[in-house]
Design a protein around this ligand. Sequence first.
Ligand code: ADP
Ligand code: ZN
Length: 606
Amino acid sequence: MTSHRDLALSILQKTYGYPSFRGEQAEIIEHVVSGRHAFVLMPTGGGKSLCYQIPALIRPGVGIVISPLIALMQDQVDALTQLGLKAAAINSSMAYAEIERTKSRIRLGELDLVYVAPERLLMDDFLDLLHQSPISLFAIDEAHCVSQWGHDFRPHYTQLSALAERFPSIPRIALTATADKPTRKDIVERLHLAEGRTFVAGFDRPNIHYSIQVKHSPQKQVLHFIKSSHARDSGIVYCLSRKLVDDTAEWLVEQGCKALPYHAGMTAEDRSRNQERFLREDNIIMVATIAFGMGIDKPDVRFVAHLNIPKNIEAYYQETGRAGRDGLPANALMLYSMQDAVMQRDFIEKSEAPDAQKRIERQKLNALLGLCEAASCRRKVILEYFGDTGEPCGNCDTCLFPPVTFDGTVAAQKALSCAYRTGQRFGVGYLIEVLLGKSDERMERFGHDKVSTFGIGKEYSSSEWQSIFRQLVALNFLTVDGSEFGGLKMTPQGQAFLKQKETLRLRKFSGKTKEVAPKPSRPALTFDDEGDRQLFAALKAMRLDLAEEQNVPPYVIFHDRTLRELAIQKPESLREMSGISGVGEKKIERYGEAFLDVISEHLRAY
Ligand code: ADP
Ligand code: ZN
């Protein structure tokens, strides 16, 4: 047993160049090496890959990695090859001869790891091949794709249950970053992992700063955010619609940013070209629908911004989780509005899903709105949603700039009665006009200029009422009725509140100017010393040259994190350099001299 541990540690240090395991990595690896099944829940950037890669190296045979995204397999293979490992991918984008060659290498047990898409794996001839070959393990990546409750269900994944019958003695390790309780249960059942062990790491991503703001001029807000905190960084801007993606990308380019669009309405070539540029160049902003991102393991994405609210907290966490995989500081910014809530609600109602699922999705949307309006730590709200507990984090907008609250009891009563008196079918804009006593022809036609709530809300501005209504929706006192007009209806909780006359504290609307200029969290990569910053830039340039020579993404050579440490430590020999995290044997051999030259040149100049 312990010898497996020692072996695993020496692989970690020599091959990967990392000094020690994180969290439960060592336990998981030992468990899988001994031939048992495992289900691993770990946040993005937590280090899931090592949990199957190292066992695949220790156990005899080839490790089969099932992943849904063929477009990204090559990058994963490149990264492993850079470490000196023997890896290949098999997918429909490859030439016949190449596939045949890889198959024969599988049969001979010549490879350490092979990446395949589930549809390929499940072909009869491929299963036959696996039966004739030495297989060390099956790793099922993005395992939430197996569940209809997850947010990215893929029908082919469900057929992976066949692995348990066909290869009962080969360990299966399923991995995912996001899974609520029903999804977890589904994964364990469908992949027959009950007799294995589940490893749940904490979900926290402490290096990500969360910030959620009211949306008023989204493109300007996001530009301000980029210019003030991320002028030289890579990041993703998520939009709900293709049109908004195109418009926003174009606008950002006009404003001098390197922005590219990505959505399912583009041709496959255009999409993969943009994805490629995002992975290979520095400082690209990808403006995308959620079609973009799964499996993108670019470690130095420094920010994720949402111009529209995501579908629910799981989706939000998954999407923002793409920032800061390297552990360095990163920012997540979400802009939200009542219109977004109405739109998401509309999607749910119009979908073909059975009622039971719609009910779950409505609850999930409500939880997201609760997060948007939270007056307490955002991270705490998110982690509690996943069943984790914690203290206020000190690294989110509400921790850093606690919102002021006020006694909103009377305001809430007025707002709720107004919705009630006007028949519970009007949207927030109309209700506010009634409260402010601004009658128009339509209002007169409905006789709403005569209701008792007409003109009783003049103590607040329209924006303040907007904020009050959003909070009432987030508190689930009011709900959007799912019609395209976004009518607001009172819920049983809302009724109970009116009856019981409890006091209610609400978040005070903080005014427009302050929200246009969010306090950015510090820029992601800071250097105390200007010389170090310049050396870092020079090391990055060297990395880009080496990457372009080999046509691989720069991060498979070294991560920013490693370059940053090189810039600060300035090793002067290969031996010193090998002490830096992320510098393994193969990398020293291939790139040691090149980077040492950059450092010594810098030292001479200074
Ligand atoms: P996940 O798949 O969970 O999102 P990865 O496996 O891609 O995460 O790991 C995230 C980053 O952390 C990678 O750059 C990886 O090399 C690094 N990493 C993983 N384990 C360790 C470790 N024990 N020490 C240092 N870095 C690690
Ligand atoms: Zn916080």
